[in-house]
Design a protein around this ligand. Structure first.
Ligand code: CMC
Length: 389
């Protein structure tokens, strides 16, 4: 079968061509469909960016409105799917609840799952965009023992998600424009990141012609890990631990550098960005403003800033080209919005959804697509005869 290249972690292997997201890791550049992330973050909205990623171009106002309306039309979850939430333990982490419920969507829409039928793909796209935030909010409500509200379709995706997460049946939920804007920004920054672990998972699962829900469910599970999307939760845990132990950031840094118990500075380092993560730059610039308005935990922010300052001046981090990544500051903002730590990676998943969908659709339409099937270098026993025992 010829020579096989050995590339653990796919450090040097391009598994696909893609026209969606461009990253230059050395220069700290990130663009969606050619548009710099800085411009999208400043001027665009999450819905608009979702449209851009999925359909390839920015929408006209009419197209954006139609996209928004179609999503609003599909927010309701089947009542039987709602029943799922009762089956999980009360302290269930919302990420596996999310992936399970997304996987279950393919049992509710069995007549529209054909990856090669454009109408099926389109309705699945809209269903997923509409329902994933609702599922996410219900996973949160489940974990705090509160009733699940029905979506209010006078609101857009981001507003509806906030109301479903924090609203109560007996009260009028007042949207806070600062929170809406901050969440919208964070979702834009997470919307795609080319062939990262979860996106590659979505593509690999989809390459077997598995349906969109099954593929995205797998992506959610990949995102759950602390080396990937789970890092935002891990950062906050780390900051609280430093606070609780009363240790100085410098002491924690020593532990990291000595690789004590495999401790890492969570929210630092990236496979591709070796200069800085442009998303972290945008978040850092707004974190102070947002936290100022929302009344965030200043002590944790101070610890984060001191860790960052020390790390950026430390040879260990300089030599290894480790810089703060997107997850370093997001947790502090999510916390100030009122989300518990367990929800942080779920918020990442809501943001990454249009990217996963766009990448899956690109793969399905790419004539070069083959089933993903890496090779291996066998290191086990040579042939040996079976002895009767
Ligand atoms: N703290 C301390 N040392 C680190 C860190 C860190 N956060 N990240 C990497 N290193 C060291 C690592 O120990 C290794 O050192 P040495 O050469 O002495 O063995 C060197 O830097 C290279 O690390 P690597 O693990 O080979 O690099 P990678 O490209 O395989 O890993 C990473 C990238 C993001 C998984 C890693 O940097 C990491 O674990 N960071 C912390 C978790 C994190 O913040 N993840 C979020 C990533 S961004 C958003 C996302 O993708 O979800």
């Amino acid at each position: 079968t010829g020579a096989v290249a050995y590339d653990p972690g796919f450090m040097n292997t391009a598994a696909t061509t893609s026209a969606i997201t461009y990253i230059d890791g050395d220069a700290g550049i990130l663009r969606y469909r050619g548009y710099p992330i800085e411009q999208l973050a400043q001027h665009s909205s999450f819905l608009e960016v979702s449209y851009l990623l999925i359909y390839g171009n920015l929408p006209t106002p009419t197209e954006l409105d139609a996209f928004d309306q179609r999503i609003r039309h599909h927010t309701l979850l089947h009542e039987e799917l709602k029943g799922f939430f009762g089956g999980f333990p009360r302290d269930a982490h919302p990420m596996p609840v999310l992936s399970s419920a997304v996987s279950a969507l393919s049992t509710f829409y069995q007549d529209s799952l054909d990856p090669f039928n454009p109408e099926h793909v389109e309705v699945s796209t809209i269903r997923l965009m509409a329902k994933l935030p609702v599922i996410a909010a219900y996973a949160h409500k489940k974990s705090i023992g509160q009733p699940m509200l029905y979506p209010d379709n006078s609101m857009n995706l981001v507003e509806n998600f906030l109301r479903l997460s924090f609203g109560l049946p007996a009260e009028q939920y007042e949207l806070d424009p600062v929170v809406v804007k901050a969440l919208d920004l964070l979702l834009i920054l997470h919307a795609d990141h080319e062939q990262n672990c979860s996106t590659s998972t979505v593509r690999l699962v989809g390459s077997s012609n598995a349906n969109l829900f099954a593929s995205v469910s797998a992506g959610i599970n990949a995102l759950f890990g602390p080396a990937h999307g789970g890092a935002n939760e891990a950062v906050l845990k780390m900051l609280r631990q430093i606070q609780a132990d009363g240790i100085k950031p410098e002491e924690y840094m020593e532990k990291v550098k000595n690789k004590e118990d495999g401790v890492r500075l969570m929210g630092f380092g990236h496979r591709v960005y070796k200069n800085y993560d442009p998303r972290a730059k945008i978040i850092k610039a707004t974190a102070h403003e947002i936290l100022g308005k929302l009344g965030g935990n200043d002590e944790l922010l101070d610890i984060a800033m001191r860790l960052e300052e020390k790390a950026l001046a430390d040879d260990y981090f300089i030599q290894r080209k480790l810089y703060p990544n997107v997850d370093f500051y997001t947790g502090l903002i999510y916390k100030a919005m009122g989300f518990p730590e367990k929800m942080f990676t779920v918020l990442f998943a809501i943001g990454r959804l249009p990217g996963w969908i766009a990448q899956w659709r690109e793969m399905i339409n790419d004539p070069q697509t083959k089933i993903g099937r890496p090779r291996q270098l066998y290191t086990g026993e040579p042939e040996r005869d079976y002895p009767a025992i």
